[in-house]
Design a protein around this ligand. Sequence first.
Ligand code: FFO
Ligand code: GTP
Ligand code: K
Ligand code: MG
Length: 459
Amino acid sequence: MLEFDTITAISTPMGEGAIGIVRLSGDLAVETVNNVFSGKDLTTVDSHTIHYGTLKYPDTGEIVDEVMVSIMRAPKTFTREDVVEINCHGGVVAVNRVLELILDQPDIRLAEPGEFTKRAFLNGRIDLSQAEAVMDLIRAKTDRAMNVAMSQMEGRLSRLVRELRQQLLETIAAVEVNIDYPEYDAEEMTQAIVEEKAGEVKHILEQLLETAKQGKILREGLGTAIIGRPNVGKSSLMNTLVQETKAIVTEIAGTTRDTIEEYVNVKGVPLKLIDTAGIRETEDIVERIGVEKSRKALEAADLVLLVLNGHEGLTVEDEALFEAVKDMNAIIIINKTDLPQNMDSSKLEKLAAGRPIVATSLLLDEGIDALEAAIANLFFAKGVESQDMTYISNARHIQLIKRTIGQIDEALGSAVMNMPIDMVQIDLRRAWDTLGEINGDTVQESLIDQLFSQFCLGK
Ligand SMILES: Nc1nc2c(c(=O)[nH]1)N(C=O)[C@@H](CNc1ccc(C(=O)N[C@@H](CCC(=O)O)C(=O)O)cc1)CN2
Ligand SMILES: Nc1nc2c(ncn2[C@@H]2O[C@H](COP(=O)(O)OP(=O)(O)OP(=O)(O)O)[C@@H](O)[C@H]2O)c(=O)[nH]1
Ligand SMILES: [K+]
Ligand SMILES: [Mg+2]
């Protein structure tokens, strides 16, 4: 284990809660808390036990809080260092007072964001992709996103990366051995070996890359823009899907002025729903900015819910919107089916161009199930989603995998062109290095600092 100073931070969210936790990690953790603790002698208690007492300033005797203190001794701890967790009363003031008391003690400093997890990494308990998964887990918005993060935290991606790196090493070794058999044509053999062994690694990496889009969606939600003319019922749809009144609904066209985002889980599909201002020509400056934002949201969307008014039928503006979503994933929603209908269905079929059409009455809560089913169908039809699959979702991992594939391609190219064998080996070695950055085997310190700094304080 490496030598580090002792750090502390509040590890629970700031705000009102029954209990808050101030955590310490490092050699001085137990001694420091013991010095401000009235109760048992914490320096002699068994590891992984919890103790009742009060915290006091040692010099003045001023009582700070009534607490439960967990003592966890290295190495079987979150950081692999001595860890102490003070369970104090929740609420911003109580927790901060305990933190102040601890920071008042000699040689203790406030942890940087992510520093506890960083120590778990630097002390070898987890690798970099597992540490990143800890963060993903905290940020997960849905069950599925959480499952992906959990599997990465348990080391599924780490194992795969290790196996693939091993395979690259074996390729390098096989190429090397081959140099020693002058009775064969070394270049020809090299080509065959690289094509077979490194080619297989490349194939697996490409498959992994295929999961990235799905992984990103699981993590961030499928960006879903609700688009349509003013007053067709976009905000009503938003509220229905999130099952809460998040957006203002009125009979006045132009009610929604700004985009509103909400996360929602529709039949297991995580959506980042964006309600937008009704798109129309307008003189109103605020509304015009809203319309502009709607167009931007539309451009960035993974999925469009295009809402029409079945009572009014298709208008020129609707046709313009169909034009704008021409090449996009879209579900067409004919709303207001409770009113007399004026939809030209053959024209609509043409505009929809094979994309699903769903009829709803948001007023009567009808057609919602069919809409949700259409969303789930779109998402799962692509046939990814398998419980025992390794997903990648992290932008850093995606970059590294792309780069590794490029380097394997270079090795393949060199081999095919009968380049000197050490050239091929250099390319393979590079690929091996790049892949190692995923679990942190070959990563630079500055990058590690930067990655952990994105964590929350106290994690
Ligand atoms: N109070 C508290 N609850 C918490 C955490 C914490 O740090 N404190 N965690 C923080 O994220 C999560 C649990 N994650 C943890 C992961 C590893 C170890 C740990 O001590 N691992 C050791 C020993 C395991 C064992 O006893 O077998 C190890 O892997 O060596 C602890 C917590 C969620 N709940
Ligand atoms: N009859 C009927 N009225 C509906 C239905 N859905 C929404 N409305 C009404 O239509 C009006 C406009 O609904 P909103 O949800 O505000 O429409 P919007 O598209 O968000 O409107 P803007 O934000 O102004 O563009 C409100 O009075 C709703 O109550 C429906 O299915 N049937
Ligand atoms: K409205
Ligand atoms: Mg609206």
